[in-house]
Ligand binder design. Structure first.
Ligand code: SAM
Length: 246
């Protein structure tokens, strides 16, 4: 039987496509793509022409049997999304879950992912982080989600659209107060920018320079204050002492 290759594609800079990804995309019998027109441009840029099939959130479940039949017939299939790593705030989860349940071989081809790229250059703690994808579009549910995250100590990571980034910053200030926020904008593209400061300061930057509100964003927020190491050791020492005395 064939394999499903889950292939990461660039989030801006086309040079970020790995040689292995280019090779696999050139060899598979079929490429399942979120938007075949969009991905067709990437393939043309690579000088490749392979049969494509659309796979998006509205038809994903219906595609499972078709793709499984191709794999059963011994053909290899690639899954790509419009940008970055499939399944990460992108289609593919249902397909991968179902094919794995049927015992198919699923091979990840790692590469660009906006959340990892953003974290790798932000200077916020990365030992523990909580990726939340997109926040709810409406203000009430968005603030409720932020309330629910307020006590989390992990670095918080969100995807955000340019239409909502100002509203989200305003809600971050309202709900979480004076936290360090890092905005990663247009990663790997010509206008890549990192802005760093309180939500209030970043809003002021956008008011002064509306270009700062354009493009694609990853929003990262410092987690709630962690107990420092000295406090932590004291707590552990107390627990040890209590155990020994017992
Ligand atoms: N699967 C993709 C990945 O691996 O990052 C994410 C797809 S999601 C539909 C699109 C969101 O990812 C954008 O709204 C933005 O928040 C983020 N994103 C994608 N490319 C980006 C870039 N070049 N710079 C900053 N954020 C980006």
């Amino acid at each position: 039987a064939g394999s499903l290759y889950v292939v990461a594609t660039p989030i801006g800079n086309l040079d970020d496509l790995s040689p292995r990804a280019a090779r696999v995309l050139g060899e598979v019998a079929l490429i399942a793509a979120e938007d075949t027109r969009h991905s067709g441009r990437l393939l043309r840029h690579l000088g490749l022409s392979r049969p494509m099939l659309s796979l998006h959130e509205h038809n994903e479940a219906a595609r499972v049997d078709t793709l499984d039949a191709r794999l059963a017939a011994g053909e290899d299939v690639a899954l790509i999304s419009d940008a970055g790593t499939p399944l990460i705030s992108d289609p593919g989860f249902v397909l991968v879950r179902e094919l794995r349940a049927r015992g198919r071989r699923i091979v990840p081809l790692p590469g660009p992912c906006a959340l990892v790229a953003a974290l790798s250059a932000a200077g916020l703690p990365t030992d523990r982080f909580l990726f939340q994808g997109f926040l709810p579009a409406r203000g009430g549910p968005r603030r409720a989600r932020l309330e629910a995250l307020a006590a989390r100590e992990e670095t918080l990571v969100f995807y955000e659209s340019p239409h909502r980034v100002r509203d989200t910053l305003a809600d971050l200030e309202t709900v979480l107060g004076e936290r360090r926020v890092v905005l990663a904008r247009e990663l790997t593209k010509a206008f890549e920018t990192f802005l760093d400061g309180s939500a209030r300061a970043l809003l002021a930057r956008m008011q002064a320079d509306p270009d700062q509100a354009r493009g694609e964003f990853v929003v990262m927020v410092a987690g709630a204050a962690r107990r420092d190491d000295a406090e932590q050791s004291a707590v552990e020492a107390d627990a040890l002492l209590a155990a020994l005395l017992a």
